[in-house]
Design a protein around this ligand. Structure first.
Ligand code: AMP
Length: 450
């Protein structure tokens, strides 16, 4: 399969070639033709599958083939939950449209709106936006959505997790009734299905990977360790392995700050990224991490949402997430675009319950390993045989996806060279209405956690 055979025009093919992509990814193969047929699409795809190009390329083709009204109203709206994801999609839109006469821009909170308003006034065809800033500017009458012909709801599951459902419905109420809708989500809860039903008309179903499966290319393991020794373990893992690029997840913003500070004290360059950091600090941290001037990036779940760092080799869960789906998102930061990666989870006694929920979701047991110098605490002992180095839980195997034969999304597409896309997304302080839940094994994040 080639990009050409998907029906894309030469200006787009040229841009794709310049990006270094040689083969379409499975989601691109499936989504591009149906979008070009002007069908609504319900797509199951996580970040890392090439989904951004999967919707951006056909949208650009459609826009470029329809007549440009002189004043350039917004004709394609891409709604996405976080600022960094918005910036990342916008970078993609710009790169893919560079040989076309298409104007695009991005708007998100955390920065002054003045220049965003000015750009929109000058006319844009494609707008990438986070919900909060979009509604703010709409309320100020700085933009109109009346001519939107293509509407993309990206990372719909995360949008709902972040409490954006009312905002989404409001945005939809400003769109014309007749339009093409594309909805992308990594997971499909009842709520997502309900949302999709309200938005889409006779959608084509497009699936990039079976629901809730993890990339085959990611080796996953667990180290059992008391809370108090986690930082020491991380320091040892990084030094022993001489790791140069590690993404670490913590549950809270304070936890992320604390860990970054502790690592800095050990002379390991580290930065934290979360919703309390200014946009400038977030961008700087991410840039440093990608350019290898910062060795460790410590992130909260929402901050790290959709981070696209090519060939990220190591992801560590300093704490396990209480929402099992977040585990899948986290480890999706490694083993990207066909590369292999390692995901390590540090699990204290309090978190054993989370392991069970994750294993249930993945339908597989996670390997428990031991690290030199870190004895397992007495309560962790039962399955260990003296002298055995590596242990597995009952029924354990090397982790693979639920149905490995189907999970081809991260293997089948390649590119000529490793182009650093220089994009990313992460946290959102656009998010105002997050769940205020207590710490519990299987429900939403604590208010203010991110
Ligand atoms: P996404 O899932 O859209 O965040 O994309 C994940 C990564 O895959 C990004 O770095 C893209 O630049 C890259 N990518 C997208 N499509 C292709 C392709 N056909 N071949 C190689 N890499 C791709």
């Amino acid at each position: 399969m080639t990009f050409e055979s998907l029906g894309l025009k030469k200006e787009l093919l040229k841009a794709i070639e310049e990006k270094g992509y040689t083969t379409p990814s499975p989601i691109q193969e499936k989504a591009i033709p149906v979008i070009l047929e002007r069908k609504d699409v319900l797509a199951s795809a996580q970040t890392g599958t090439g989904k951004t190009a999967g919707f951006t390329l056909p949208i650009l083709q459609i826009i470029s083939e329809t007549k440009n009204p002189k004043f350039r109203p917004i004709r394609a709206l891409i709604l996405t939950p976080t600022r960094e994801l918005a910036a990342q999609i916008y970078d993609n839109v710009r790169e893919y449209s560079k040989h076309l006469n298409i104007r695009s821009t991005v708007i998100f909170g955390g920065v002054k709106p003045k220049s965003q308003i000015a750009t929109i006034k000058n006319g844009v065809d494609v707008l990438v936006a986070t919900p909060g800033r979009l509604l703010d500017l709409h309320n100020q009458k700085a933009l109109s959505l009346k001519r939107v012909d293509l509407f993309v709801l990206d990372e719909a599951d995360r949008m709902l997790d972040m409490g954006f459902v009312r905002d989404i419905n409001k945005v939809i109420s400003y769109l014309p009734e007749k339009r093409q809708n594309l909805l992308f989500s990594a997971t499909f809860s009842k709520e997502i299905k309900k949302l999709a039903k309200g938005i889409l008309t006779n959608p084509a179903m497009v699936e990039a990977a079976p629901e809730n499966t993890t990339a085959e290319m990611v080796t996953q393991k667990i180290y059992r360790v008391p809370k108090s020794r986690k930082t020491a373990m991380i320091t040892q893992l990084i030094s022993d392995g001489n790791w140069s690029q590690v993404l670490i997840f913590t549950r809270t913003k304070h936890g992320a700050n604390r860990l970054a500070e502790k690592l800095q004290k050990q002379d390991i360059s580290a930065a934290a990224i979360h919703g309390n950091k200014s946009q400038g600090a977030r961008t700087k941290a991410l840039k440093g991490f990608k350019e290898n001037t910062i060795r460790v990036l410590v992130a909260t779940d929402i901050a790290a949402r959709g981070l696209d760092i090519p060939l990220l080799p190591h992801v560590i869960n300093f704490e396990l997430p209480n929402i099992p789906e977040d585990y899948v998102h986290r480890i999706g930061r490694t083993g990207r675009a066909g590369a292999s990666g390692e995901a390590i989870s540090l699990v204290s006694d309090e978190e054993v319950e989370y392991v069970k929920n994750i294993e249930k979701l993945l339908n597989q047991k996670l390997i428990i390993d031991e690290l030199r110098g870190f004895d397992i605490t007495p309560t962790d002992q039962p399955q260990q045989k003296p002298g055995s180095k590596k242990r597995q839980q009952a029924g354990g195997n090397r982790p693979t996806s639920k149905s490995p034969s189907k999970n081809t999304s991260k293997r089948n597409f390649g590119r000529k060279r490793n182009t650093s896309d220089g994009n990313n997304e992460s946290s959102s302080s656009d998010n105002k209405k997050r769940n205020n839940s207590k710490r519990r094994p299987s429900r939403g994040p604590k208010k203010g956690d991110y």
